[in-house]
Each structure stands twice: as structure tokens, then as C-alpha cells.
Design a protein. Structure first.
Length: 263
């Protein structure tokens, strides 16, 4: 492996491209430790700082993971999530079938808090309005993959089971439908990319400069009034969102224009 000192691309990016290719090719398998930074610096004929920049870049991309005192390793495959509205409610209004097998959801807090701007906007209330929030994290065997929260109006949820710090034996929306006597009929999902907050970076165990994907999910009743506003944040480089859907075929023109006929 070598770099081209006359190339326009920075040396650390040239090295990153070669490491990506080798990992993709299978030269290093998920979980396998890479050579040390001094060893790779000697291998490429560059300074250790250059290799460190390469490692930092590939960590942000989610390709490598560094374990203090142990070394740098190839991260496992990307976590594929289907946490959009269709995945949440399912074809038959049941929770995504493989969620329990793949992930463990843990309730981390229930209480009243001031609504952040995006939640307040979704409900159509002033910033800082007190609302009920249920917070959770989703974990796999080796990492936290989601930080989430579900918000409800205090006037709707006060005195119901939604205020209790307990997990339900069914999806949250089904509990909410029963205790609020309102049916979820439509939803909107807005996904954006941003930098994590300090707390999110700590919980997800990512660097503060690693981008995250953020979902704002607004669920409405039949009158188009919001019932629940949910937030979910995922480590961007380690997450892919896949939606499968059918594409409608062409429909016949109901009133074809035959054109003008000349007599």
C-alpha cells in the first residue's frame, strides 16, 4: 500500500480510500483489529498524525471503532432499521415483527417537561409548554442504537397509564389509543441530519462530530389533530433506513383525444 504525494487528494484521504477497499474486499473482517497506528504509518510512509486523521475519518463514517487500550477494529455491518411510520405500525397495526429479536427497548424516564421547539411546533403550542414525555433507548447486544422520546399533551394524558413509569406489553400507540379514546389514522415522518447533542453522543457512544439521523414523527387522529409527537435519534454512519413500496402502473386515459378529423 502506498500513497501518491503528487495527487490532489490529501494523504489521509488516499489512505482512507485504500482501507475502505480492503475492508470491503474482506481483507479485514468485522471485529478484526487493524495494525497499530505506528505500523500503518510505516506501511504508508507517512507521519503517525496522518494515519490518526485517517482513523478519525473512518470512525466518523462508522467503518472503524477504537477501543481504548486495545486498538482499532472494523465495526460490524450497518444496523438496518425500519422505524418510519410503516415500520412502527406494521401492515396490520402491530409492532414491527422482528423488533423484539433484534433490539431491546428500555424506558428511561417518564415525566413532565417543557416541549422543545420542534415538538411545540408539531402540536401547535408555544415553545416551553409543559408536556408529558416518555423517554427510551434501544440497544443491541453491543451498543445503543436509538435515543427516543414520545410527547403527549398533559391535558390528554393526565391521570392515565401514560404517566406511569412502566413499559406496556404492547406498542405505545395501542396503549394511547385505548386510554385517550382516539385512533391513530395518519402520520408524517421528517428525517434530518445534524450533529448530536453532548448527551446524545454520550448515550450513543459516538464522537461529538459524528452526524446523527433524527426523526420527527407526528401521529394524527381522524380530525388531523396530533395525538403523539415522537423523536428518534440514530448514529448516522451506522444506520440505514430502508422503505419498500410499490410503484403504481400507468392508468388509461379516461378521455382520449382522437384529434381532429378532416371532412
Amino acid at each position: 500500500m502506498s500513497i501518491n504525494p503528487g495527487a490532489a487528494e490529501f494523504p489521509h484521504r488516499q489512505i482512507a480510500a485504500q482501507l475502505r477497499e480492503r475492508i470491503r474486499r474482506g481483507d479485514w473482517q468485522p471485529g478484526e483489529r487493524l495494525p497499530s497506528i505506528p505500523a500503518m504509518a510505516e506501511m504508508f510512509g507517512v507521519a503517525k498524525q496522518t494515519v490518526q486523521r485517517t482513523v478519525d475519518q473512518l470512525r466518523v463514517e462508522g467503518i472503524l471503532i477504537t477501543k481504548p487500550g486495545s486498538g482499532t477494529y472494523v465495526r460490524g455491518t450497518r444496523r438496518r432499521l425500519n422505524r418510519l411510520s410503516r415500520g412502527r405500525y406494521g401492515a396490520h397495526r402491530g409492532y414491527h415483527a422482528d423488533l423484539a429479536a433484534r433490539y431491546r427497548q428500555q424506558l428511561t424516564g417518564v415525566g413532565r417537561e417543557a416541549a422543545p421547539p420542534e415538538v411545540a411546533d408539531a402540536f401547535g403550542v408555544r415553545d416551553g409548554t409543559e408536556m408529558l414525555v416518555r423517554r427510551h433507548v434501544v440497544r443491541t447486544d453491543d451498543a445503543t442504537v436509538e435515543v427516543g422520546a414520545s410527547w403527549f399533551r398533559v391535558t390528554d394524558a393526565s391521570g392515565t397509564s401514560l404517566e406511569r413509569h412502566e413499559a406496556f406489553g404492547r406498542p405505545l400507540y395501542q396503549e394511547a389509543e385505548e386510554v385517550l379514546d382516539r385512533r391513530y389514522t395518519s402520520a408524517t415522518d421528517t428525517i434530518s441530519a445534524r450533529q448530536p447533542s453532548r448527551e446524545e453522543a454520550e448515550i450513543l457512544q459516538i464522537r461529538p462530530d459524528t452526524p446523527v439521523l433524527h426523526l420527527l414523527h407526528v401521529a394524527f387522529d381522524e380530525t388531523r389533530k396530533p395525538i403523539e409527537v415522537a423523536q428518534a435519534t440514530w448514529p448516522g454512519p451506522m444506520t440505514t433506513l430502508t422503505e419498500e413500496y410499490r410503484i403504481p402502473g400507468p392508468t388509461p386515459d379516461p378521455d382520449p383525444d382522437p384529434g381532429l378529423a378532416l371532412a
